[in-house]
Design a protein around this ligand. Structure first.
Ligand SMILES: Cc1cc2nc3c(=O)[nH]c(=O)nc-3n(C[C@H](O)[C@H](O)[C@H](O)COP(=O)(O)OP(=O)(O)OC[C@H]3O[C@@H](n4cnc5c(N)ncnc54)[C@H](O)[C@@H]3O)c2cc1C
Ligand code: SF4
Length: 330
């Protein structure tokens, strides 16, 4: 066991000052990912700065009709919140599709977005991995990549982001707020995760030592009719092999607003903008839904063992949009 320090932060300024003074320190949310990675030696922090007692555990309505969710809100509290359930049902379904009740009681919003990939080579310190040790190679490309990326990957890393919550937040244009010793800042979630390129070890655009303080969801009336569907190898307690967050508004048989994001297909939650463009103004029917899925998946570059994900995602788009359409016409 490697020794490490532990400190509990009581205010935001104090928390960021502690990390500013020690670049090898890490914030500790629920610890459900970080502590596991410390046990295997993937993470070796000098100290943990526990953020769970910071006053960031509230969910509040914003003036424009959106919601602001504090970074230390637990996954369980997020999924149980009445306004989240009413305005963003796909977000609730995504959170409840993740992990287990016990884990959701501990896991926080900030930690969920920063959880690391479940690529087996990343988690095994005896194996090379460009994400863990830059320049060491990517054994997944020639090895086990059944659950790896089909979109936006590179020859340096083909891992997927494991978050379910992040997929729904991406569909609804969430904005991340953070604090550093230099002041506060914001990042739209679509710019939060960096493209893989040749630097898979650099995962987000957060400045060094930044504390995530919250996530703001703008008003999105379309989100009130939304759905999250997750496909996994067993019915519970498993990460996605493909997932979708979708919302649909239809007027006179024509798509007037649509949101689509995919999970477990890329290094980040994948906003399906090509599909959204293809659908907006199109007739709402199975044929348009399939054409929109094809427009998005035209960019897919599957590896030898994960081509099934292209079919899976196409089927998910058609199935979930068809269900939302049926719901709209009731
Ligand atoms: C068995 C198991 C099954 C799981 N299944 C799923 C699943 O199906 N779907 C899914 O989405 N997830 C799943 N998870 C992952 C789980 O959701 C994450 O571990 C959890 O959300 C991480 O949140 P946390 O607060 O515990 O983060 P921590 O483990 O505390 O931290 C994770 C990372 O975030 C950083 N961090 C934490 N809070 C902040 C902050 N406020 N600002 C800046 N940095 C911060 C930490 O330094 C660390 O690097 C599973 C986990 C386990 C163990
Ligand atoms: S896919 Fe990424 S995380 Fe997995 S071994 Fe390759 S570089 Fe590492």
């Amino acid at each position: 066991m490697r020794e490490f320090g532990y400190q509990r932060a009581s205010d935001v300024a104090g928390a960021v000052a502690l990390l500013g003074a020690d670049p090898d320190a890490r914030f500790l949310g629920g610890g459900t990912n970080l502590v596991d990675l410390m046990k295997t030696g993937v993470e070796r922090p000098s100290r943990l700065v526990d953020v769970r007692e910071l006053p960031l555990d509230r969910i509040e309505s914003t003036q424009d009709g959106g919601l602001r969710i504090g970074a230390t809100v637990t996954n369980s509290d997020l999924a149980a919140h009445a306004e989240v359930r009413r305005r963003y049902p796909a977000l609730v379904q995504a959170v409840l599709a993740g992990a287990s009740g016990q884990l959701r009681n501990m896991a926080t919003v900030g930690g969920n977005l920063l959880q690391r990939t479940r690529c087996g080579y990343f988690g095994d310190v005896t194996k090379p991995c460009n994400k863990r040790v830059p320049g060491s190679g990517c054994p997944a490309i020639e090895g086990d990549h059944r659950n790896h990326a089909i979109l936006g990957a590179s020859r340096h890393c083909v891992a997927v982001h494991p978050s379910d919550m992040g997929v729904a937040l991406t569909a609804f244009d969430a904005v991340i707020s953070y604090e550093t010793t230099e002041g506060s800042g914001e990042l739209p979630l679509c710019d939060f995760y960096l493209p893989v390129g040749d630097t898979p070890h650099l995962e987000t655009a957060l400045p060094p030592g930044a504390l995530i303080t919250g996530v703001t969801l703008p008003s999105a009336p379309v989100a009130a009719r939304s759905r999250y569907r997750k496909v996994r190898e067993r019915a519970s307690y498993a990460f996605a092999i493909g997932s979708i967050a979708a919302a649909l508004d239809v007027r006179d048989g024509v798509v007037s607003d649509v949101r689509l994001a995919f999970g477990a297909v890329a290094s980040r939650p994948w906003r399906a903008r090509a599909a959204e463009r293809a659908l907006t103004g199109a007739r709402a029917d199975g044929e348009s839904f399939a054409a929109a899925a094809d427009a998005e998946l035209a960019a897919a570059e599957p590896l030898i063992h994960n081509g099934y994900k292209v079919t899976l995602m196409r089927n998910l788009v058609v199935a979930v949009l068809s269900e939302l359409l049926e719901e709209a016409s009731r």
